[in-house]
Write a new protein. Structure first.
Length: 488
């Protein structure tokens, strides 16, 4: 077995771009997801090492200090972080001349040829579901025999091997939790709406929903939800409890739609209750009252729900499959049952207007989830949104991040500029949170939990810094045309 390092490269300060983040960017408050996409192949490769640099504040110099200990380097990349990650690969190759360096992630899965042409330093990319591709690379199997691999031979020629089939037997996949325990410091991972410390991981892959913007199902995981059986998940939770004891306050099932198979979700929740563990998960706003009640009674604390927009026409365009009345009923049931909801929304979806933005802000205030996340529509390569944006000329540029890692809009519409989309993010945050209901919720939470008091005060400072940085980005954009006209 080759000495293998799985790496989420160093990046912007506070950049959540690792192999677990759905939107690779610096958040409004300190946020880091666990690097599940890297940890899963690391769990398959005996003797491998996982380094998740951003949450552990590791620099390129830190990586180079151990570079000579490995011969195979597998880096997770994303569309926003690709150029940064290429620079890290170049530094590794300069330090260790015998290193073989490859990339995994949604970007290279759909653009293997352009990626390899752009960066000669990259020796290979693993396409689609890459776990066993990584294992066979670590085993030293000849490149030409590894399905799902695009690679460069010693003459610089690029080869694309046949596709690898999606993983069917998820019960055979080893748990990522021992890798977390061995290589990561769980206290370095924060998500504003989850208890701290938390742990997130997948119990399966794939999502049957057809949302046009969603990255993983359209690039790697597919639309067939393939899962571990409830007994296998419960055994994994027993492993987690043995490894971490009482350190973990909340377990997050990060499957795209964990609750799509309701009987399975309930059976797993019952196992969590027997283990006296608290859980949260992703869900669609279609769950009925009885399912919600059973989940709550068995340890569910919070649901992460993508509402996306408060305008029905936009929801229909993006194939969300959600009716606003259904979402209202869902939220009413969650409030009745005492289940917290973190609602996610997206500004700039096709074809957004100032009116539809106002609809979304009003809708968020009306259904009033405990907390919200507001993202900018991001047309990642491989998604239907990317195809639509390319065909309709909606792409303003290809820079998804500002210089300090904050998400910016690369979409514009004939009646709505990128500036207006970005301004709406700050406006929505202000109009949602600067109301009496959210303020009272957070004050009550802080009054009853000292850890939460300290944490919310820190997050409050970070939130205002984030809004300030957004204003600075907007001012800089407004000044660009003036500076250009002054030089003409």
């Amino acid at each position: 077995m080759r000495q293998t390092l799985f790496l989420s490269p160093p990046s912007f300060d506070g950049f959540d771009g690792g192999a677990g983040s759905r939107y690779q960017a610096k958040r409004e408050i300190t946020s880091y997801w666990f690097p599940t996409w890297l940890a899963q192949p690391a769990a398959l490769v005996p003797g491998s090492k996982l380094i998740d640099a951003p949450p552990h504040r590791q620099t390129v110099e830190d990586i180079l200090a151990v570079a000579n200990d490995y011969e195979l380097f597998i880096l997770h990349t994303s569309t926003p972080s690709l150029n940064n990650d290429i620079r890290c690969a170049e530094a590794i190759k300069a330090k260790n001349s015998r290193a073989e360096v490859g990339f995994i992630g949604a970007h290279v899965a759909v653009l293997p040829e352009p990626t390899l042409q752009q960066a000669p330093v990259i020796d290979f990319v693993c396409r689609n579901e890459f776990d066993y591709t990584c294992l066979e690379l670590a085993q030293g199997k000849p490149h030409e025999e590894i399905t799902g691999l695009s690679w460069r031979d010693n003459k610089g020629r690029v080869h694309h091997n046949p596709e690898r089939e999606l993983i069917a037997d998820w019960d055979a996949m080893p748990s990522v939790l021992p890798v977390y325990h061995r290589d990561l410091k769980i206290e370095n991972y924060f998500i504003g709406y989850l208890l701290h410390p938390y742990v997130s991981f997948y119990t399966g892959r794939g999502c049957p929903a057809k949302c046009t913007f969603c990255l993983w199902p359209q690039t790697i995981g597919g639309h067939a939800y393939r899962t571990k059986s409830p007994p296998a998940v419960i055994r994994e939770m027993e492993i987690g409890k043995d490894l971490f004891g009482d350190r973990v306050r909340e377990w997050m099932f990060d499957d795209d739609t964990f609750t799509i198979d309701r009987p399975r979700a309930i059976e797993i929740a019952k196992g969590m209750k027997k283990l006296k563990l608290t859980c949260s998960c992703n869900a669609r706003a279609h769950l009925d009252y009885e399912t919600l009640r059973q989940l709550r009674d068995n340890g569910l604390r919070l649901l992460l729900v993508g509402f996306e927009s408060g305008n029905q026409q936009i929801l229909d365009r993006i194939k969300k499959g959600l009716n606003l009345e259904t979402a209202r009923e869902f939220m009413k049931n969650c409030r009745k049952l005492g289940i917290r909801v973190h609602g996610t929304f997206i500004i700039g979806l096709p074809i957004e207007t100032q009116q539809t933005i106002d609809d979304t802000i009003r809708f968020a205030q009306e259904i009033d989830p405990f907390s919200i996340q507001v993202s900018i529509a991001a047309p990642y390569p491989g998604t239907e949104l990317y195809r639509q944006a390319t065909e309709n000329g909606w792409m303003d540029n290809n820079l998804m991040l500002s210089e300090n890692g904050i998400q910016v809009s690369i979409l514009r519409y004939p009646h709505l500029s990128a500036d207006k989309i970005e301004d709406a993010v700050e406006r929505m945050y202000r109009q949602f949170y600067f109301r009496s209901k959210p303020i009272f919720r957070f004050l009550r939470e802080m009054a009853t939990d000292r850890q939460m008091l300290v944490r919310r005060l820190r997050e409050g400072g970070e939130f205002f810094d984030y809004l300030r940085e957004r204003r600075q980005i907007a001012r800089a954009r407004q000044q660009e045309p003036q500076q250009q006209s002054a030089t003409v």
